[in-house]
Design a protein around this ligand. Sequence first.
Ligand code: HSE
Length: 297
Amino acid sequence: NEIKIFCPATIANLNCGFDVMGLCLEGIGDEMIIRKVAEKGIRITKIIGADLPLETEKNVAGVAGLALLNATQSDFGFEIEIYKNIKAGSGIGSSSASAAGAVFGINELLGKPFTKHELVYFAMKGEVVASGSEHADNVAPCVLGGFTLVRGYNPLDVIKIESPSEIYAAVLHPHIEVKTSDARAVLKPEVSLKNAITQWGNLGGLIAGLYSKDYELIGRSLNDVIVEPARKHLIPNFDEVKNAALQNGALGSGISGAGPSIFALCKGENIAKAVAKSMSDAYAVTGIPFDIHISKV
Ligand code: HSE
């Protein structure tokens, strides 16, 4: 009647797939303990590591959990303890980890009445509390693992993308705040046909490269001519960090989600370590504190 779960961090967008692509970081994440109790509803009883609201309807885990629970006939409820490691506003899916963790854990304790694809839908309801919009580019990889594509939202159509086994991510997290709303406000609502063609060519290339395990093709496709140029000024030394990653063997590099974290994808752990070192050196000159992590994807 109790479950302890790991809630992984995620990288959304992956350059060419703004609002649709995402991947799961196996080695970075929060923990959650979920307990079945007699009292109906969801209660958040403890949050360690972050200053977040305990009220169910103001908490992403609470809202996502309730969305799932309300879709069942349960005459009991659940208590949730959240142990945060992923900083809110870091760009690696902090709220998504809590939303996805809640629905995954409750579904397990209920005897798995819902499929993982259905869990993505409930988790997305929790995301609204954090960002004001229903988006699944972080919750989908968090629930399904690996790489995912949100093909469409009406109805929600999420696809798990096969990928090669040797991909590692280096993620540099500058200790500055970039609000998702601000990072979205700098985007123009229209794109040129020329840029759209480049972007969907790259997204197709990325998907093809992941399926065919063609690392060169994955690398060639990890470009963004629409969102990165508009957002990169929000992150000090972004170009220097990205160029350092590419020069030291990364397949590709870019802004993680809405930022400020910067990611680089690499073939193998040793390259990821060298890339992480070069990114750290390139960022350190800013004098702004940061942390850096390496994770298998
Ligand atoms: N796709 C979203 C963005 C992720 O880049 O704005 C952040 O929630």
